[in-house]
Design a protein around this ligand. Sequence first.
Ligand code: CMP
Length: 139
Amino acid sequence: MSTNRTFTMLKPDALESGQAGNIIQMILDAGFSIKAMKYTRLSEDQAKKFYEVHAERPFYGELVEYMTSGPIIAAILEKENAVADFRTLIGATNPADAAEGTIRKKYAESLAKNAVHGSDSDDNAKIEGEFHFSAAEIF
Ligand code: CMP
């Protein structure tokens, strides 16, 4: 039985393009409820730590630079089977491969600027949610 929560970030390109409201509406329409939400900007240290798992990848520097380039919206979402269902809703990491009707197909620019993050496991959903929110900010 899977957990019922996942973690997402609307990335700088989604906010820059003015699509945050439409993306949040798609998330709500898909049956997710918001358990925590924050409009913020990652510091370089925060972005490096959040993406530590990618530290050895060639795109790590670009990823950290991009994720600190403007504000983001971070959120914890709840729904039955949240992690898997959210990954279906957002589509493939590269928008060129994303299915029709997914958030990335509609709103993402590129592999690097792919509009949204979605946790890839229940364990990471918990770690990532707690990275961004204190207990008092989670409902
Ligand atoms: P996400 O899955 O949210 O978290 C890791 C991010 O790294 C991923 O989204 C992409 O935006 C980014 N990423 C993955 N592969 C590449 C790549 N080859 N070049 C640039 N960015 C990438």
